[in-house]
Structure formats: C-alpha cells, structure tokens
Design a protein around this ligand. Structure first.
Ligand code: UT7
Length: 326
C-alpha cells in the first residue's frame, strides 16, 4: 500500500483593517501615562505595526475570511472539507469551540471540528494533528486555521507586553496525497514553565476569577525560545532524514526578529530565506505562522516544491516544528 501523506493545497490569511503603527500606539499609551517609543519597540523586537480587530469582532470573524482565501487558493469548496482545526488562545466563547463556530459560518455541518490550545505553538500543533488524521485515513481535506484576537487580553498598562501583540488569522487547506507534503513533525511541552507566559484568569460562578490579562517574563521566554527552536528544528530534520542545507525557507513564529535571526544563524539559514512579517503584524500567536506562510506564498517567495520549516514556540511552555514540501 502506498503511504498516505498530507499536502498543503492552498493558503489564506486575513488581517483586521485597523493598522496601528508604533507611533499610534506610543501616542495612545502616552495619553494613559505609559512611556514607550518606536525606537525601543523596533530595536528590541523588529515590530513597526500591528493590526487590532474592532472590539466586537471575535476570532471566528478573522478565521472565516482566511479560510475562504485558503479554499479559493486550493480550488476547493467548503463542502469538501471533512476536518476543521482552529488553533487559538482567544476563542469566541468558553465553549463551544471556535472551530464549530467557523464550520457554521462556512455553511457546512457534520465534519469534526475542534480547537487546539497551545498558544503560539498552536498552529504547528494543529498541523501535526491534521497530518496524523489525514495519514490514518480519518480525513481527506482539512482546514487548519490559526486565529487570534490577542488585543482582548493585553494589559495596556503594561508596556513590556502590550506593544508586542496583534490580531489576525491564517489558514491552510491540507489534503491527502500520495506524495509529501508534510515530511515530519515534532511537538513538545514543559508545564514547569506555565508561569512565564500566561493569562492567569478563569470564569467561575458568573465572574472572572484571577487576572484575565497576559503576563510574560520576556527574558525567560526569550532564553527558552532560542534553545528549543534550534533543538526542534534539528529533531524534525533528523526524523525526515534531511539536513540544514535542505531548508529552502524558515517560517518561524513571529514574536521577535532577534529570536528568528538567532535561530536562522544556528541552522545556517541565510536571512533572506526567513519569511518575516513581525514588522507589520506583531506577534499574532497561533496566527503568526500561517499569516507568514500565506505572505510568503502570495508574494511569490515560497514556491511549490520547496522545503519549508515551520517553527512555533510559546506559552505552556510549548514548542514544535513541521517540515514540509510545499
Ligand atoms: O509569543 C510567545 C513567545 N514570546 C516571545 O518570544 C517573547 C520573548 N521575549 C522578548 O521578545 C523580549 O524579552 C522582549 C521584547 C519582551 C523584551 O526585550 P528585552 O531586550 O528582553 O528587554 P528587557 O525585558 O530586558 O527590558 C529592557 C529595558 C527595561 O528597562 P531597565 O530595567 O533596563 O531600565 C524595561 O523596563 O526596557 C524596558 N522596557 C521598555 N522600554 C520602553 C520594557 N518594555 C519597554 C517598552 N518601552 N515597551
């Protein structure tokens, strides 16, 4: 029997229209007595702008146009989809899943739909799950989406975090194929580090208990991230029997340009082979990798037949990689 692989048939993304530059944000924060600067944000992170969704726009509203764009690129109809996975940490509701809401908004019913919660590693987790479900015959054509409205959980009194994140969504149609596709995946979590990046609140008895705003020990996350991204890249290459030199494109989680450059250097991937969108999107958590992938594909940089390394890292602590041929 020939092995069954999963392959990206199309990509799509969506950014809410409100683009907030560093200068816009600096002015908004100054009005609240918080001091920061475009120079600090650019130097420490590479971020120049981010998009914020309107307050009444939930993650599913960003996910649906991204999904429709991916379907169109794949030449597929919503009715052909037999699996929907949404990676998000900012779901529309406590339950049901944002994936179920997206399914309904796409006008389809019946196929499995669920969310994956692995914060900024969510998209690589979702891709690994969809890949396994396609490989074992559970699904033939999946929508894998990363969608976030992180603006909802930012503490605009905390300059060390509120300048870093943005909203958006990215999606791929992943379909069964007799040729790869996804070559290997590598996922990890280490719950000892829950406290370094978290939103430590929950809903109880009709009230929010704890603090529902994002907390991050940036330096601790930074240190862990640069180590695990290199390790996971090497692990996924080894699983696929590939070398560093086989990587045509590195598409890492877009949190900080310095983390991306450090990972690229360690893997000997030249800077021009790294897809970078952090300057214009900020950190969109689970949406950042599919947003960057779609940008790379639509700009004509990332082309069919090329080998692409996706890498995620974030709260949990979680991290992982997907190596694929586009
Ligand atoms: O998405 C999940 C993964 N997340 C990440 O990968 C984030 C990882 N961490 C980072 O990207 C970086 O640690 C940050 C960008 C968050 C911070 O950069 P840093 O170079 O580690 O800065 P720092 O925390 O060491 O802060 C340096 C200084 C401090 O002042 P002092 O103590 O040296 O006087 C901060 O108070 O910068 C100050 N600072 C700011 N100044 C102006 C912190 N935030 C700001 C700000 N504007 N927004």
């Amino acid at each position: 029997m020939t092995q069954r692989y999963s392959r990206i048939a199309g990509t799509g993304s969506y950014l809410p229209p409100r683009r907030v530059t560093n200068d816009d944000l600096v002015a908004e924060l100054a009005a609240r007595g918080i001091e920061t600067s475009d120079a600090w944000i650019v130097e420490r992170t590479g971020i120049r702008a981010r998009h914020f969704a309107a307050p009444d726009v939930p993650a599913s509203e960003l996910a649906v146009p991204a999904a429709r764009a991916a379907l169109e690129a794949a030449g597929a109809q919503p009715g052909e989809i037999d699996l929907i996975i949404v990676a998000t940490s900012t779901p529309d509701m406590v339950f049901p899943s944002t994936a179920a809401i997206v399914q309904h908004k796409l006008g389809i019913a019946g196929c499995p739909a669920f969310d994956v919660q692995a914060v900024c590693s969510g998209f690589v987790y979702a891709m690994a799950v969809a890949d396994a479900m396609i490989a074992n015959g559970t699904a033939r054509k999946a929508l894998v989406i990363g969608a976030e409205v992180f603006s909802r959980i930012l503490d605009f009194k905390d300059r060390t975090t509120c300048v870093l994140f943005g909203d958006g969504a990215g999606a791929v149609v992943l379909e069964a194929s007799d040729r790869p596709g996804i070559l290997a995946t590598d996922l990890h979590a280490d719950g000892r580090h829950v406290g370094i990046l978290c939103v430590p609140g929950n809903v109880s008895g009709g009230q929010v208990l704890g603090d529902p705003l994002l907390k991050m020990d940036g330096q601790a996350v930074f240190k862990l991230a640069v180590g695990v991204l290199e390790k996971s890249a090497r692990a996924v290459l080894a699983k696929a029997g590939k070398q560093e030199a086989d990587i045509d494109w590195l598409i890492p989680h877009q949190a900080n340009i310095r983390i991306m450059q450090s990972t690229a250097r360690k893997l000997r991937v030249p800077p021009e082979r790294v897809v970078v969108t952090v300057h214009d999107h900020g950190n969109t958590s689970a949406a950042s990798i599919p947003l960057a992938l779609d940008h790379g594909v639509r700009s004509g940089q990332v082309r069919p037949g090329q080998t692409v390394l996706l890498e995620g890292v974030g709260g949990g602590f979680t991290w992982g990689a997907v190596l694929l041929v586009l």
